[in-house]
Design a protein around this ligand. Structure first.
Ligand SMILES: [Zn+2]
Length: 294
């Protein structure tokens, strides 16, 4: 068993504000009336019907290893179809990583829950006009199924660059540099840290499950859920889910397991550290907590 795990959030963009019905097409504020005490303000603006999310990485230190989970939007990336992601500069992300005690060369592994543009951006940085891995000593863990899906998609003619161009500028350069390592569901990355299948948002979406002595289990759950509003309404999949029905099944299963095992869920876009899940009949409620479960 590894030693205790510690987790730091490295913010890239916060708040990341999206219309409730834009992200979750099935959503209505009426169905979140009993959630107001937990969601209002930090997670959901009930007056404007907008969700407040964060775009952030999670820095996991465990067993002497340092793993960066999801790499946000990044800098200098041309994203003409999203003004707030387009050619960003001086975001302070690497300074915040440094403030957490970590230089780029200290990262042992980068883990991408999936290959959407807001999860791979800092995989690479611009160096003399070329995209190079930002974390020079890291192995980049990418799900086998996920990479196969996007590789096939990239081969088809398309009106717009794949995933806002992020497959070309933030995924392929890592593979070409020999830094990528394909992982399968259930793979143990290091002792106590396992790849968990969470398909639906994308076909090969994965999470990272961490078990360490004396601590609750942690699941870095990526975009299996975007907002704690979906704890109250697990059936609401996002407009960006490849398979909304499968995404809802995955989400419900994740919530059931978390409630049964008192696991701390750490969703990629959660404003805050983590949440435990309480079950009340057929419904769920979040209990926001630190990544250590307290
Ligand atoms: Zn996302």
């Amino acid at each position: 068993m590894p030693g205790p795990a510690s987790v730091s959030r490295i913010i890239d963009l916060d708040p990341f504000v999206l219309p409730l019905a834009g992200l979750l097409p099935a959503a209505s504020l009426d169905d979140l009336a009993d959630a107001r005490d937990l969601l209002a303000g930090t997670h959901l603006d009930y007056e404007t019907a907008t969700l407040n999310l964060a775009v952030q990485s999670h820095l996991l230190r465990i067993g002497g290893r340092t793993i960066l989970i999801d790499t946000c939007i990044g800098e200098d990336k041309p994203r003409p179809r999203r003004a707030d992601w387009h050619e960003r500069r001086q975001t302070g992300y690497l300074a915040r990583l440094a403030a957490a005690g970590c230089r780029p060369e200290d990262i042992d592994m980068v883990m991408c829950t999936h290959l959407h543009a807001d999860h791979v951006g800092w995989n690479t940085r611009l160096d003399n006009g070329r995209w190079v891995p930002t974390f020079p000593k890291a192995r980049y863990l990418i799900g086998h199924t996920e990479l196969a899906f996007w590789t096939e998609a990239a081969a088809r003619p398309a009106e717009h660059p794949l995933n806002h161009g992020s497959f070309a500028d933030s995924v392929l350069p890592v593979i070409e540099a020999g830094a990528a390592e394909m992982v399968d569901d259930g793979a143990e990355v290091i002792s106590g840290v396992t790849i968990a299948p969470l398909p639906g948002h994308t076909p090969g979406h994965i999470g990272l499950e961490v078990t360490s002595p004396g601590q609750p289990s942690l699941v870095f759950s990526g975009d299996a859920l975007h907002s704690p509003a979906q704890v109250f309404q697990p059936g609401w999949s996002s407009a960006f889910c490849a398979d909304p029905v499968m995404a809802a099944e995955t989400r419900r299963g994740l919530l059931e397991r978390a409630a049964e095992t008192d696991t701390v869920l750490i969703p990629a876009h959660l404003r805050g550290e983590g949440m435990r899940i309480s079950r009340m009949g057929s419904r769920f409620r979040p209990r926001f907590c630190g990544c250590d479960g307290r």
